[in-house]
Design a protein around this ligand. Sequence first.
Ligand code: OAD
Length: 250
Amino acid sequence: MNFDKNLIEKLAEAENVAVLTGAGVSAESGIKTFRDPDGLWAKLNPDELASIEGFMKNPETVWNWYNERRKVIASAKPNAGHIALAKMETLYKNFALITQNIDRLHQAAGSKNVFELHGNIVENHCLNCHTPYTEEINTDNKELPKCPVCGGKIRPSVVWFGEQLPAKAIMGAEKATCSCQVFFTIGTSSEVYPAASLPYLAKNYGAVVIEINPRETSFSDNADYVLKGTSANVLPELVECIIEAKGNKN
Ligand code: OAD
């Protein structure tokens, strides 16, 4: 890909960079996105599977859907996009990786300063007393585990529709967004708020905003640069260009 010279210059000069990622970044690791034509929400109902109301109605159905997702995610490996983002972190004084993904693949690739806006699929806790549930999950056991402290229902520590984002994650994400010179939005449809508000916030605070996505999104028209392509294709090349440009400056 031929990157715009001004863009590479800005990336070489920047000290503070923030990146927002979505399901598209993990697509090339074999994890389905939500809103693509073959995405999870094309066939499944998020109200039933990703809301507290859905969980209260059919806790075992929801738990077992998450068991299936646990299996897919457990066998997934970081792809070239995740690895390039971990490398990008080492190039900057301040770098924040803000993700809507629950699969922990950014951490597996080596990213350090990660803000998980929608929680993660590795941790679980009691719906009733909020105590973390630390027993190993047997993904073949269809029965919903019970809290050893109060007997309450155990749920995955992910954020469902209508729920608050973890305070530390959203506060850290907003701080990084307001103080960065360059902000990336990668592999997200920009449909789900508050995450989708971050690129606008970055723009309002003066950052250059770059979108990486093979398709147009609801944010595309607002981006300063749109790099059309998959994250595993675009990011490794882009990171190499930044390294080269930084080397030329020294
Ligand atoms: P979506 O499924 O809404 O959007 C995925 C985006 O990734 C789309 O814009 C695709 O064009 C793009 N994409 C697909 N393959 C790609 C690739 N290889 N490289 C780069 N981009 C690619 O997923 P999110 O925006 O992450 O929340 O969805 C946000 C939230 O909605 C999720 O965290 C989840 C979901 O419902 C909850 O469940 C609460």
